[in-house]
Design a protein around this ligand. Structure first.
Ligand code: FAD
Length: 488
């Protein structure tokens, strides 16, 4: 009889697992708590503008690059991707100075060397090390013991130490770190693997999508439906039913019960264990280990709708920092570093800056839209800080604003039940990769984990992890054949 996989959460990880398993003949049901699928990939409309909630750009979509093989497999390459300027896909502004990040490892090194000629060798080494890590992208797939692998890999090296030992000039170190708002720059914890894998993919090539990240989720959903699967929204899973150490189904908040041969959780592992709270097959020590994991900071976003006719679009991202800022303190110094991300073909842009859970926690029990004046004022202050940070680089911005919409870690906490509204999930720690980098397995053999919390976050990391998770059910060799890993 056809096996039934129930997937908790229709974020990128849940949808990709649904896609892989449906393609391999399983009956698939993806259950989503929210009214809309996509999780962090959701887009939302405000007037004539379609904004994104948690997706701005990806790296490595070009042929032979990090993400190409996976996106081809998931049939996502034909989406309207827009390649950012090869000469400068990211611009770093520190104080009054500006530095371009060019696509292609050699070009990237050459352009930066023009600004830091005495660091020629360091830049070369930096680029070579990133490339090397990129070449080891799929190593985890072929390891029998993932936990051992993580302990002995690039995960067990410090990103901060790598940068310190490779680059002498402190300003260049800042520049090389500055586009990394897409991860948590924590000098004590960030593994070299996370820093290098993500940055390497962007050095290959950088792309944004015209018309919203939601298209990624919608395309995956359409394909799952075509293959006979089901995707349901407003379907919150409250419990995984487990008998004698085996999961037999899930219960929804409506009371509905669904039988399952496998349950895959595209949610925070802590929340997955909450769904198994009555299980006696999960040892206290495992629960304690998962409960004690820390989460990365969240993100504050100002989605800015511009006045009609505003011509601010740039085919690059801009990262703006004050002079002498400490990028590696791991703290969400809200408004210090600001990323400017433009929307292709729309009069709009986003300003993003890290925000910690502690900054919003006191409003956690309030309702969206009714959190009180102090919450509104706090958000206004952050918008103001972000605007003043970027205005010397975008002097026309203030006058071009039609309206500003904002989101904080609380937005994610409420809409997608994201633990502590964390932007990138569990904080991986190079000092203890065995405990902070998780494998898909749980103590219940037919309950698996997936998504950004396990291995690496972002579209690249989540897509790799979906393959790792599904490999537990259908075998890595089968998937390798299907995805043609050799292309990576
Ligand atoms: C502000 C921001 C900007 C980002 N920018 C980028 C970027 O530019 N490029 C990039 O590659 N990555 C980016 N990321 C990261 C990327 O979006 C995430 O790594 C990725 O989308 C996470 O996917 P996921 O499937 O692991 O989790 P999620 O997207 O969180 O999906 C989990 C889903 O599970 C659902 N759920 C939770 N509990 C239940 C339950 N009990 N029952 C049913 N459903 C449940 C949630 O509603 C959610 O839809 C960004 C993230 C943020 C927050």
């Amino acid at each position: 009889m056809t096996k039934h996989a129930v997937i908790v959460g229709a974020g990128l990880g849940g949808l990709e697992c649904g896609y892989i398993l449906a393609k391999n003949g399983l009956r698939v049901t993806v259950l989503e708590h929210d009214t809309q699928i996509g999780g962090c990939l959701q887009s939302f409309r405000r007037g004539n503008v379609l904004f994104d909630s948690g997706f701005h750009y990806v790296g490595g979509l070009g042929e032979g690059e990090s993400l190409h093989g996976l996106m081809k497999y998931f049939d996502l390459l034909s989406l309207p991707w827009v390649r950012l300027d090869d000469d400068c896909f990211d611009e770093v502004v520190i104080g009054e100075r500006s530095f371009p990040f060019a696509s292609g490892h050699e070009r990237f090194a050459q352009r930066l060397t023009e600004y830091f000629p005495s660091e020629r060798d360091g830049i070369k080494k930096y680029v070579e090390c990133l490339r090397e890590v990129g070449e080891h992208l799929t190593d985890a797939f072929f390891e029998r013991d993932l936990a051992d692998f993580y302990a002995d890999s690039f995960f067990a090296r410090s990103a901060y130490d790598f940068l310190q030992s490779t680059i002498t000039d402190p300003l260049l170190r800042q520049v090389l770190s500055a586009t990394s708002l897409k991860m948590e720059l924590n000098r004590d914890t960030l593994p070299f693997y996370v820093f290098a894998q993500i940055n390497n993919s962007f050095l290959q090539s950088a792309w944004r999508i015209s018309g919203g990240g939601q298209q990624i989720a919608d395309r995956l959903e359409a394909d799952i439906l075509k293959m006979g699967g089901e995707v349901r929204t407003r379907a919150t899973v409250k419990q995984i039913i487990e008998t004698d150490g085996v999961a037999t189904g899930v219960v929804l908040s409506s009371g509905e019960l669904l039988q399952a041969d496998y349950v895959i959780c595209d949610i925070h592992p802590y929340e997955a264990l909450q769904l198994l709270r009555d299980s006696r097959h999960i040892k206290k020590v495992y629960r304690h280990r998962i409960e004690s994991l820390q989460n990365t900071f969240g993100m504050f976003t100002a989605n800015i709708r511009l006045k009609p006719g505003s011509r601010l679009y740039q085919n690059r991202n801009i990262y703006v920092y004050p002079e002498n800022s400490d990028l590696w303190d791991g703290a969400a110094n809200t408004g210090q570093g600001v990323m400017v991300s433009f929307y292709y073909g729309q009069p709009a842009l986003d300003l993003l800056t890290p925000m910690s859970w502690q900054q919003v926690e006191r409003w956690r029990n309030t309702q969206a839209g009714r959190r009180g004046d102090d919450y509104v004022e706090m958000k206004q202050r952050v918008v103001e800080r972000c605007l003043s940070r970027v205005e010397h680089r975008l002097p026309q911005l203030r006058d071009s604003i039609d309206r500003v919409f904002t989101s904080t870690p609380l937005t994610y906490y409420h809409y997608t039940l994201t633990r502590e509204g964390s932007a990138y999930g569990i904080r991986k720690d190079w000092r203890s990769p065995m405990t902070t980098v998780l494998t898909p397995k749980t103590p219940i053999p037919n309950v698996l984990l997936t998504g950004q919390n396990l291995n690496l976050h972002g579209v690249l990391g989540v897509s790799m992890t979906s393959v790792l998770t599904c490999a537990e059910l259908i075998g890595i060799e089968t998937l390798r054949e299907q995805i043609r890993l050799s292309e990576w």
